[in-house]
Design a protein around this ligand. Structure first.
Ligand SMILES: NC(=O)c1ccc[n+]([C@@H]2O[C@H](COP(=O)([O-])OP(=O)(O)OC[C@H]3O[C@@H](n4cnc5c(N)ncnc54)[C@H](OP(=O)(O)O)[C@@H]3O)[C@@H](O)[C@H]2O)c1
Length: 336
């Protein structure tokens, strides 16, 4: 089959080639990939800054895929040939609390990903792709939408009328705006771009703050919330901005620590965290059960993924470059 292979770190070392088509073993599905979407994680893997010691080489990259089952291994009962499925990043985390080794079973490193004509997905980890979405749309769900959903609902327990803050206008944050708004929450969004802030308000955000022109954005959040702070903050930026996130979140509020766009280490001021009694929780996407609940919700509320651009399979590297420059919502690669 044709596959993009990461032979070493660096985008130049991501090369289109041929590799044997995998065969499904007991319990596995062979999926003809229709589309994949890129997440910051995929770029960080190529750049060699995401658990580099765990990246096998060559690697078929990209975790998030949607496609059609074309063959099944012995004992498969959950899906049939012809069914459309999604990959699920934490492939062994099905329900409840995560186990200690979930990251060892993620697609797109260390398991082979979807940037190829075919991929193997175990029947237990596959999720039915929403019938009302194309493969390009469904491919945006496994990380970006599900992380937003889990942060807002399973962890955040956001209620109608409460306020959530999302950072930037990338994949996770745009889904978070759409989902939180549909849940009846008020969303404050930040962005480096005034144009993106206008666009995000059209999706439902009630207020926007430009974090470039207003570097002390937490002060602005306090003004917008009568000095109280938001109920829930989805932190995708990471780095030292975490101290502003604590300041912008209400006393006894929650922060979902999702990302590390500006850095993976931080000097956290403990006294504000202690005095505000903030719950700071690391988020690593979600279990499969949460994915299934989210799909029902997306269907009920007719939420469509916001796709910035769809690239053809041959232009996968251009898609990575687009993500690196910043996308509004998702960057997708059509495979099939
Ligand atoms: N832990 C998990 O389960 C999980 C799941 C998904 C993603 N993540 C992580 O979350 C982060 C975002 O992922 P993504 O896939 O949504 O990325 P993405 O689609 O590449 O979005 C990046 C966007 O973030 C915004 N941004 C950049 N620096 C910022 C800053 N200092 N403050 C606020 N916003 C900033 C920019 O928006 P503007 O152009 O509007 O400024 C940029 O376009 C990454 O670190 C990713 O690895 C973690």
């Amino acid at each position: 089959m044709k596959a993009w292979l990461l032979k070493d770190f660096g985008l130049d070392n991501l090369q289109l080639g041929e590799t044997p088509t995998p065969q499904p073993r007991a319990g596995e599905l062979l999926v003809k990939v229709g589309a994949v979407s890129l997440n910051f994680r995929d770029k960080a893997i190529v750049d060699g800054i995401y658990e580099p010691h765990k990246v096998p080489k060559p690697l078929i990259p990209v975790s998030d895929a949607a496609g059609t089952v074309v063959a099944v291994g012995e004992g498969v009962t959950r899906f049939n040939v012809g069914d459309r499925v999604n990959s699920h990043l934490y492939s062994r985390w099905l329900d409840g609390e995560p186990g200690p080794h979930e990251p060892d079973y993620c697609f797109g490193s260390p398991l082979p990903g979807g940037l190829a004509e075919y991929m193997i997905i175990h029947q237990d980890s596959a999720v039915a792709a929403p019938a009302n979405m194309s493969d390009e749309e469904a491919a945006t769900l496994p990380i970006a939408a599900l992380t937003a959903w889990y942060s807002l609902v399973d962890f955040g327990q956001i209620l109608p009328g409460q306020t959530a803050l999302v950072q930037g206008t990338g994949g996770v944050s745009i889904f978070a705006v759409q989902i939180a708004t549909a849940l009846g929450a008020k969303v404050i969004a930040t962005s480096s771009s005034d144009n993106n802030l206008h666009a995000v308000k059209r999706l439902g955000a009630v207020a926007g703050i430009n974090y470039r022109t207003t570097p002390d954005w937490a002060d602005e959040v306090l003004k917008l919330t009568a000095g109280k702070g938001v109920d829930l903050l989805l932190d995708v930026a990471g780095g030292s901005g975490i101290n502003q996130s604590v300041a912008a979140t209400k006393a006894s509020g929650r922060i979902a620590q999702i990302g590390f766009l500006t850095g993976q280490t931080v000097a956290l001021n403990l006294m504000p965290l202690i005095f505000r009694q903030t719950t700071l929780r690391g988020i690593a996407v979600a279990p499969r059960s949460s994915f299934e609940r989210m799909n029902e919700f997306l269907n009920q509320h007719d939420i469509r993924p916001v796709i910035d651009q769809v690239y053809p399979f041959e232009q996968a590297r251009e898609a990575y470059e687009h993500l690196a420059k910043g996308a509004f919502g998702k960057v997708v690669i059509k495979v099939g």
